[in-house]
Ligand binder design. Structure first.
Ligand code: ADP
Ligand code: MG
Length: 271
């Protein structure tokens, strides 16, 4: 298989033959097996794979929460696990399926929480957060509690909280799964746009192939557990309208969908 290479850009992230196993009282669960890929600056990568195959484990490794049992992960050429611990401010932001906003804090107090914890409540940083709220339609809800916002607005607030510390990389673990179909469509479009406009490198885990194809530059398909890389597909869509439905009506869309669907179907068919 020919994997794409980016000769003119140094990778932000590089994984070489990464494996990971969980050890519990009932034995060993091998979650990842020999994963290698690179991520270029500004790239939007989507990861799809069967449920339980090891996707969240992979993101936890990329967040530096755990370290590989074997193999190597580097962030700008340095060991990622060490780099995350040496940094004063997180350079890797993590957004999960549930927004994890604190119910007793206002939206403003939620989105500035990271800055508060890191003692970074400077005028410039607070101005940046204000501008994000303004730009993405949440300014007038600054004083509201999360329960007063819709699910889609809460996910946007959660993303702004993650962006507040200006991380270089965003990891998103099925961030839209709890939303209904229509909200999901518009929020995933909004969030894709916010990530691109702010020049972030992003890695999105999703169950939803349409979402992966419409948001990402490249999709990695994982096998069932222990996850190996089954396929990597560069996505290039001819679009005339950059709305979520616009991406889905691109002429190439169905071809990518069928290709990825077959890869995933193969994996579901076994064991
Ligand atoms: P995915 O996100 O693709 O659904 P995960 O990465 O969460 O999969 O999990 C991969 C496998 O590792 C699963 O079989 C899961 O049960 C197991 N696993 C995940 N976390 C733990 C843990 N903390 N301890 C033991 N096993 C775990
Ligand atoms: Mg998961």
């Amino acid at each position: 298989m020919d994997y794409p290479t980016y000769p003119d850009k140094q990778p932000v992230l590089s994984l070489e033959n990464v494996s990971y196993s969980y050890h519990t009282l009932s034995g060993e669960t091998k979650a990842l097996d020999g994963i290698s890929f690179e991520v270029s600056p500004g790239e939007f990568l989507a990861i799809v794979g069967p449920s339980g195959c090891g996707k969240s484990t992979l993101l936890n490794l990329l967040a530096g929460m755990i370290r590989p049992v074997s193999g190597r992960i580097t962030f700008h050429g340095k060991d990622l696990y060490e780099a995350v611990r040496q940094a004063d401010i997180p350079q890797i932001g993590y957004m999960l399926q549930h927004d994890h906003l604190f119910g007793w804090r206002t939206i403003w107090e939620n989105v500035t929480l990271g800055l508060e914890l890191k003692n970074q409540m400077t005028g410039a940083n607070l101005g940046y957060v204000s501008s994000l709220l303004e730009k993405y339609g949440l300014s007038e809800f600054k004083g509201c509690k999360p329960s007063q916002l819709s699910g889609g607005m809460r996910q946007r607030a959660a993303l702004i909280r993650t962006l507040a510390l200006n991380p270089e990389i965003l990891l998103l673990d099925e961030p839209f799964s709890a939303l209904d179909y229509q909200t999901r469509l518009s929020v995933s479009g909004d969030i894709g746009k916010i990530i691109r406009e702010n020049n972030k490198t992003a890695i999105l885990v999703t169950h939803n192939l349409s979402e992966a194809i419409s948001l990402a530059d490249r999709v990695i398909v994982l096998t069932k557990r222990p996850a190996k890389i089954k396929n990597m597909v560069d996505i290039s869509l001819t679009i005339t309208d950059s709305s979520p439905l616009g991406y889905r009506s691109a002429p190439e869309f169905n071809r990518y969908f069928n290709l990825l669907w077959e890869d995933l179907w193969d994996e579901k068919g076994i064991g």
